[in-house]
Design a protein around this ligand. Structure first.
Ligand SMILES: NC(=O)c1ccc[n+]([C@@H]2O[C@H](COP(=O)([O-])OP(=O)(O)OC[C@H]3O[C@@H](n4cnc5c(N)ncnc54)[C@H](OP(=O)(O)O)[C@@H]3O)[C@@H](O)[C@H]2O)c1
Length: 305
């Protein structure tokens, strides 16, 4: 048997449970991964709540990004063998918050030995999204960008890529508790909350070249004013409001491409995954709850085994 964290009904955290099921077998083009670590994302609880629709079969395995070791290989898989350390996405309908899961070989990349399983598990969704969003508006080195929610799972990677790889001047917003973290990432920190528009105007009197929004709603509306060109506003959190303001939602690229490029920067030391909390699979509910507050610091990861 093998344990997996699921939600049994659409709704609140009370619908979640760690359950036993048979060890899954990979089909053609798939491998089975013995999961060593899984990242937790806002999309985990948003899917459970029904916000993304109610068509997933129940009980639904949770967890959207993983790092682990290949322990069975299906037919027609080239380039992966049992024992390979990998990171990437579980296959549709499978979960990363599990002892074993199934992944399409094309959704995995090799895990560099220098990157821990916990750090690797922070990258396939949050990191690849950060990679895509900071590259969406082409900017020259020295240009300025405002990142809202700079201290969260996507934000910590987005700010480091913007500063250390793209050479941008970055302003990052977050609650006061994240000031030291955001400054350490290389951004100018501006506290979120009442008065943020005035503080942002003071930090960038001439505006900024782009806004990367990772929060949505009012935080996006308040931040978008700062963009000199409304088309340079991109949101991962609230594409509808971004479009209403003249901007766009993030355009995701195939995970393998963005993740591969991002890993190069991690190995080179330009980007460091910021995992703030690591919990065992038995405490997956606490890990999801920490992200469901909307105020996680960096990345929350579940370790397996
Ligand atoms: N489209 C995609 O493919 C995709 C992929 C990944 C994520 N996303 C979305 O992108 C968003 C960010 O994801 P994430 O993983 O970074 O979430 P997260 O880890 O929960 O981080 C969100 C951050 O936003 C901050 N925040 C909350 N309210 C704020 C406000 N009013 N002003 C400034 N900061 C505020 C929080 O910190 P404080 O405690 O400092 O407030 C927190 O650090 C989510 O909506 C997620 O669903 C989309």
């Amino acid at each position: 048997m093998s344990r997996v964290f699921v939600f049994r009904q659409y709704g609140g955290p009370e619908t979640q449970a760690l359950v036993d099921r048979d060890v899954p077998e990979p089909g053609p083009g798939e491998v089975r991964v013995a999961v060593r670590a899984a990242g937790v994302n806002p999309a985990d609880w948003k899917r459970r709540s029904g916000r993304f629709g109610t068509r997933i079969a129940l009980p639904a395995p949770m967890g959207l990004e993983l790092a682990g070791v290949v322990d069975a290989v299906g037919a027609d898989v080239r380039g992966l063998v049992v024992g390979d350390a990998v990171l990437g996405l579980p296959a549709r309908g499978r979960g990363a918050l599990a002892e074993h899961t199934i992944a399409r070989a094309e959704d995995l990349v090799p895990k560099p030995a220098a990157v821990s399983f916990a750090d690797a598990a922070a990258l396939p969704v949050a990191g690849a999204t950060a990679y895509d969003v900071v590259h969406q508006v082409p900017l020259d080195p020295g240009a300025s960008v405002l990142v809202t929610g700079a201290g969260g799972g996507v934000g910590v990677i987005a700010v480091q890529l913007a500063v250390a790889v793209l050479g941008l001047r970055v302003i990052g917003t977050g609650s006061e508790a994240k000031r030291a973290l955001v400054e350490d990432l290389g951004a100018v920190f501006v506290a979120s909350g009442p008065g943020v528009e005035q503080r942002l105007a003071a930090a960038a009197p001439g505006g900024v070249d782009a806004v990367v929004d990772l929060v949505g709603g009012n935080a996006l509306r308040e931040a978008a004013h700062l963009a000199r060109d409304p088309a340079a506003v991109v949101s991962t959190a609230d594409p509808g409001t971004a479009r209403e303001l003249g901007g766009a939602g993030v355009v995701r690229h195939p995970t393998r491409e963005s993740l591969g490029a991002l890993l190069g920067h991690v190995v080179a030391g330009h980007v460091r995954p910021r995992v703030s909390k690591v919990l065992p699979l038995e405490r997956a509910a606490d890990a999801v709850a920490a992200v469901e507050t909307g105020h996680a610091t960096g990345k929350v990861v579940v370790e397996v085994g």
